[in-house]
Unconditional design. Sequence first.
Length: 116
Amino acid sequence: QVQLVESGGGLVQAGGSLRLSCVASGRTFSAYTMGWFRQGPGNKREFVGTISWSGSSTYYADSVKGRFTISRDNAKNTLYLQMNSLKPEDTAVYYCNARKFVVNYWGQGTQVTVSS
């Protein structure tokens, strides 16, 4: 089992920045591919980005590419999402995901609200 706890969400004006964190406990954090997903009001959960177990490879949704950066600190069992140039359409609950083969773990989510 892996337990994931997100933090860092909040209310920010358009153009601002936030950094989300996700702390993992349980099994070996570095063994998992980690990612961020989000679910806006009335929308399905959507992919934001992912990072390989070593941190050497990242991949982003087109909607956030160039504005968001995913990183991880395996020594601290922590995943990060740096969000810059935020837009109102980025408003959503952001979820941390840990994946290994077909097994997925999810956090409880943290709310990000971007005002125009």
